[in-house]
Ligand binder design. Sequence first.
Ligand code: WQD
Length: 343
Amino acid sequence: MILVTGGLGYIGSHTLVELLNAGYDVCVIDNLANTTIDVKDKIKKITGKDFKVYIGDILDEKLENQIFEENKIDAVIHFAGLKAVGESSVIPLEYYRNNVEGTLHLLEVMKKHDCKSIVFSSSATVYGSQEVQPLKEDAPLMDATNPYGRTKRFIEDILKDLYKSDNSWHIILLRYFNPIGAHESGLIGEKPNGIPNNLMPYITQTAIGAREYLNVFGSDYKTHDGTGVRDYIHVCDLAHGHLLALRKIEKDKERNIAKLDIYNLGTGNGYSVLDIVNTFMKVNNINVPYRIVDRRPGDIDCCYADATKAHNELGFKCEKNLADMCKDSWNFQKNIKDDGGQN
Ligand code: WQD
């Protein structure tokens, strides 16, 4: 069985669909901090499969022990954590406690139950601001530009030290770039609480009339049109990358190999904010009013992945393009509206 922490969240829920469709038994621990319990029913509707959800926190070792006592957990995919870049500068202690301390509790319980296989949800933010693009996994890591990114960096370092202390652990660190889009059913997608920090949910909420206009943060970056460039990856491609990571661990176990590996999960293409906005308007035939404003503190000019290593070692290959990402994001947003926001 696979334990998925944060499994009802945006990336977690799409990964659950991949795992269930691939025939895995899964269970979830989620404190519902950034999701709702009805996501479970949506996943069941998409896959026709059921699974156990333990509502609670990765800080709760008692609950985690109960999960491992009640289920034979072969591996953990660890998503649970706070993830808003801007918010992390406002409430850093909650970020360090939730993300870092929570992971320590999880790892302690895994060790106690002799479960030593983990796929960790890391982030391109651990690279910090890099001159050389695209980014390779062996790039020297610069300082992260916010507490959220630092928690991801700390957890990577904790896992590296854990592996050095006991190399019977199977550890894969997946560095995500910018996940956007939604499952083609429109039943699950990115539904941030409050005002969206990220670009795509802000675009879709502007398109549906919930926001007056999109603020484009800065037009004087060293990019082809002056607006920030990022590597946007469809959340379904990203989710599939987790299935491939799990399969690699299983293959390594068969060959009696235990490794710590790091992989970028990105498309290898960089798109600017205006590329995204213009593509979104074109493929969905909808207007997105926007205005250019000052840069957002902490933003970098450009960031996109060299995903060759994931391609060569995991067989990772993105199937969806930017038009798919824009169409699927819009489809999900319209469903939320039709659903009165109770999606
Ligand atoms: C993308 C681009 C903004 C909003 C962060 C985290 C990363 C991951 C994704 C968790 C930038 C511009 C944005 C808006 C804008 N987080 N923008 N107007 O900052 O690249 O990455 O979110 O998984 O770990 O670091 O993503 O979507 O916030 O910004 O102009 O209203 O869009 O300046 O150039 P970011 P983002």
